[in-house]
Design a protein around this ligand. Structure first.
Ligand code: FES
Length: 107
């Protein structure tokens, strides 16, 4: 499964190999990545798994659903063109090297 990297607001980064068949959020919470709160458990309704996807990766991910798009409208951190809900990104081997940043507002 893919090696993924989370850049944290303190300037550090956490990189690990994600398990098979999980979302980016599940991989993060399973590994204990700081700032991925996932309060709704993956329902695309809380916005606390908001991440900024590396621009190089943003266009390679499927477009957000209407539900994800709506929730991204009220996240704690500013929405950027590269904003995604980590719970809506299902990981596969194609995501090898995926890199995202956790907004400082989610600490
Ligand atoms: Fe709530 Fe992703 S876990 S929106």
């Amino acid at each position: 499964m893919p090696d993924i990297t989370f850049h944290l607001s303190d300037g550090s980064e956490v990189g690990f190999e994600a398990p098979e068949g999980v979302t980016l959020m599940q991989a993060a919470t399973g590994y204990g990545v700081d700032g991925i709160l996932a309060e709704c458990g993956g329902g695309a309704s809380c916005g606390t798994c908001h991440v900024y996807v590396d621009p190089e990766w943003a266009a390679r991910l499927p477009a957000p659903s209407a539900r994800e798009d709506e929730t991204l409208g009220f996240t704690a951190a500013e929405r950027l063109p590269t904003s995604r809900l980590a719970c809506q990104v299902m990981l596969s081997p194609d995501h090898q090297g995926l890199s995202v940043t956790v907004p400082a507002e989610q600490r």
